[in-house]
Design a binder for this molecule. Structure first.
Ligand code: DON
Length: 293
């Protein structure tokens, strides 16, 4: 995989991510029996970006329950992750929790009544707990880079605020959102953090029942239908598993009852999803017979 020339483009709209070497490739597969298989740069931390949205959705559902779905829909958008058009038709309610406006609305629910620092601490602690790794940190340079240039997200957040969809000050919600996206994790840490979704809400390594089985099933359903934005259909067609991508080039992919897989290759396709990451997952699921279809 590391040798392949078809790599796509790194994310240029976040200056700090534009500097990442597109030659990186890493993969980690953690089985529900605790077995681990790794390859390439599996141990190198990268910016998880939108993969963080799986963890904030899980955390927010735990805090506010199904009330979350009055703020955010759960239909695929068929539009780019940072598109604004549907927000006007749909009165400021984002289509799903994985496009940028949806994730910003979810972060706003986590923030409610807290200081941004506390909310961010809660998100980071939750991810460390899931991965069973206290060493996971935020890359402040990436957060600052996005805070400086995130005009599109500011527009989305202000637009939602005008419809009363956000409770908190736009700058506060965005501050937390940019920092959650800037969390840095390796493929191995990410695959471990996602393992609860492969085992009906229970992390078989730590023994923690993180969420109920029904909720895990539903989060996987939203990952399947919306996890790759306007590339979700293509990902389902080729890989056949729930997955969530990030513009850092990471993908967390869940093989229910079998494994949690994380891949990282910084070059992106036109929809902003890791190109080689998807190619690798397609090859892996084909070889293992892991597609859910
Ligand atoms: O808000 C943004 O644009 C980025 N922090 C995250 C977007 C992202 O990762 C989209 N994923 N492929």
């Amino acid at each position: 995989m590391k040798q392949r020339p078809d790599r796509g483009e790194v994310a240029h709209y976040i200056p700090e991510l534009a500097n990442v070497d597109p030659q990186h490739f890493g993969i980690a597969v953690v089985g529900v029996d605790g077995t681990v298989a790794t390859g390439g740069d599996f141990d190198l931390p990268f910016s998880i970006q939108s993969v963080s949205k799986v963890f904030t959705l899980t955390l927010a559902l735990g805090k506010v329950g199904d009330r979350l779905w009055s703020r955010v829909g759960r239909e695929p958008s068929g539009s780019a992750f940072n598109s604004i058009v549907q927000l006007e038709y749909e009165k400021g309610i984002p289509r799903n929790p994985f496009i940028n406006p949806g994730a910003i609305a979810v972060t706003d629910l986590i923030l409610s009544g807290h200081q941004p620092r506390e909310a961010l601490g809660e998100i980071l602690r939750f991810i460390r707990f899931l991965a069973d790794d206290p060493a996971i940190v935020i890359d402040e340079k990436v957060a600052a880079s996005e805070q400086r240039t995130g005009f599109r997200n500011a527009a989305l957040a202000n637009y939602m605020k005008s419809f009363g969809v956000l409770d908190n000050a736009v700058e506060m919600t965005l501050g937390v959102y940019f920092h959650q996206c800037a969390i840095a994790m390796s493929c191995l840490q990410l695959a471990k953090a996602g393992l609860f979704l492969a085992m009906s809400g229970r992390n078989p390594i730590t023994g923690h029942q993180v969420i109920q089985a029904e909720r895990a099933r539903r989060i996987n359903a939203v990952m399947m239908t919306c996890g790759h934005y306007d590339g979700s259909g293509e990902f389902a067609y080729r890989v056949g598993l729930p997955g969530k991508s990030g513009v850092g080039g990471g993908i967390l992919c869940i093989a229910p009852g079998k494994a949690s897989i994380a891949v990282w290759a910084p070059g992106l396709d036109a929809a902003g999803n890791s190109h080689l990451g998807r190619v690798a997952l397609e090859a892996l699921t084909k070889r293992m017979g892991w597609s859910i279809f």
